[in-house]
Design a protein around this ligand. Structure first.
Ligand SMILES: CC(C)(COP(=O)(O)OP(=O)(O)OC[C@H]1O[C@@H](n2cnc3c(N)ncnc32)[C@H](O)[C@@H]1OP(=O)(O)O)[C@@H](O)C(=O)NCCC(=O)NCCS
Length: 437
């Protein structure tokens, strides 16, 4: 059996929360040896040394070591190793550079400039490893007036214009999508750029510095709404569940038989509409002139939606999906998160994996999204315990003796348990000259 595409590539992963860890999860799933290098207080998603109410501890218990049980961390860091190194001390920087020397990529998603201020930015790292690839994902990128601003997904959803598109017809309140999706979206952009840089290095021998902005990743995702403004000077109105560019009708979610059960239907072409009419049993209203083509269906969408729903309401959501899909019409049940676990399709594709986490026990997690021909599917490793790989990384990879490692632990350079304090050792706010007075 073959190897995963990134086997043999080593990543130093200084990422936190979701965007950066999503990027490194992709790389780890692709086979890269991914070493999560955490600050002394632990990665932010671990929630700190003491249990915090807001955190979702796995199986509802914070346990003796809450930092190993935070479901945010557990869900986002499979297949990775963990060490903790204090980069504010000279010896910590030296050890970081030792690790860089034997690695291929360094990734972070701190605020822009943090890695430079810590003395482990691209210019320093390329001195020890000229072909190193250094990738940083920040809220707004490395330059520009907002470069030092802090950011989370929830900030980028409004900033990138996405929230101006969500909402019901006639409603002017901006709504969240419910998922901070600009985070993983940025992670996907980062992973793609890193793989391109690896290819570039393979061809030319050159390393690279990569910078990705969450804002720009989000704007890229707006797609047609952005193009509509550029080409037509028009802003899209809130459309609720209807097609935001009037390209489909019926379109949206229709109530079904069960309690709070819905199905989504999307009909675009003449052929789709004919197939829909046939699949629903050629109901008399489907022959009416007011629904004869897309233009008419859009004009009479309120009535159309009511009639479609009168049909879906009599059926189970999966039945509607089956009937319409059999006729070649795109339709899908609106699933709750719980329902996804019993979906036969996901089971058949072995999407869910149950792995054994050393402190939590069996944990069900999403398996790697990629399937490569000739490469055996394998169980992902659960997210690492804090600093679980201290010996492997510092002794085996970097070559410290046992005594040297113990000294580094005594000196507060290497941590084997999170230090007490807030999740980030950052001073209260970014330097004033960077964010403006
Ligand atoms: C997520 C975010 C808001 C968190 O803010 P924060 O916890 O205050 O962290 P910052 O990135 O500003 O800074 C990290 C601090 O930890 C310090 N630090 C990080 N790793 C360290 C280590 N291993 N050893 C010692 N210090 C370390 C840095 O020096 C920095 O302190 P400084 O500002 O005094 O130099 C911020 O990192 C950010 O905006 N990131 C970019 C956008 C992003 O990806 N957001 C998350 C999306 S999921």
């Amino acid at each position: 059996m073959g190897r995963l595409p990134l086997e043999g590539v080593r990543i130093v992963d200084c990422t936190q929360v979701w965007g950066g860890p999503y990027c490194t999860t992709i790389l780890a799933d692709l086979g890269a040896e991914t070493i999560k290098l955490e600050p002394p207080y632990g990665e932010q998603a671990r929630g700190g040394r003491k249990p915090v109410g807001r955190h979702y501890y796995t199986k509802g218990e914070s346990g003796e070591k809450p930092w190993n049980r935070d479901s945010t961390f557990v869900a986002r860091n499979r297949n990775k190793l963990s060490v903790s190194l204090n980069l504010s001390k000279e010896r910590g920087k030296e050890l970081f550079k030792e690790l860089t020397r034997i690695s291929d990529v360094v990734v972070d998603n701190f605020a822009a400039g943090v890695m430079d201020r810590l003395g482990v930015g691209y210019d320093e790292l390329r001195k020890v490893k000229p072909d190193i690839i250094v990738a940083s994902g920040n809220g707004y990128g490395r330059d520009g007036p907002w470069s030092a601003y802090h950011s989370y997904g929830v900030i980028q959803e409004p900033m990138c214009g996405f929230m101006s598109l969500t909402g019901y017809i006639g409603d002017d309140i901006p709504y969240r999508s419910g998922v901070d999706h600009i985070d993983p979206l940025t992670g996907i952009h980062m992973a793609g750029a890193i793989m391109a840089a690896l290819l570039h290095r393979h061809k030319t021998g050159e390393g690279q510095q990569i910078n990705i902005s969450m804002l720009e990743s989000g704007i890229n995702f707006i797609g047609p709404a952005m193009l509509n403004y550029i080409l037509n000077g028009k802003l899209l109105e809130h459309k609720g569940n209807r097609h935001n560019q009037d390209a489909m009708a019926p379109h949206g979610c229709y109530r079904c038989k069960g309690k709070d059960d819905w199905v989504a239907i999307a009909i675009s072409s003449k052929e789709d509409w004919s197939a829909f009419c046939k699949a629903t049993g050629d109901l008399p209203w489907t022959k009416e002139r007011r629904f004869s083509d897309l233009h008419n269906r859009l004009k009479n969408q309120d009535e159309l939606d009511k009639l479609v729903e009168a049909w879906t309401m009599k059926k189970d959501k999966y039945e509607v999906m089956r009937i319409l899909q059999k006729a070649g019409v795109a339709a899908g049940a609106v699933n709750s998160i719980g329902e996804l676990f019993s979906e036969p399709h996901l089971k058949a594709r072995r999407f869910w994996q149950t792995v054994r986490h050393p402190e939590i026990g069996p944990v069900t997690q999403m398996g790697p999204k990629f399937k490569f021909s000739g490469v055996a599917e394998r169980l992902a490793r659960p997210a690492p315990l804090f600093a679980a790989d201290t010996d492997f990384v510092f002794k085996k990879l970097i070559g410290l003796t046992h005594a040297e490692l113990m000294q580094a632990i005594d000196d507060g350079i290497v941590f084997t348990e999170p230090a007490d304090g807030k999740h980030s050792p950052r001073k209260s706010k970014p330097p004033e000259e960077l964010v403006g007075g």
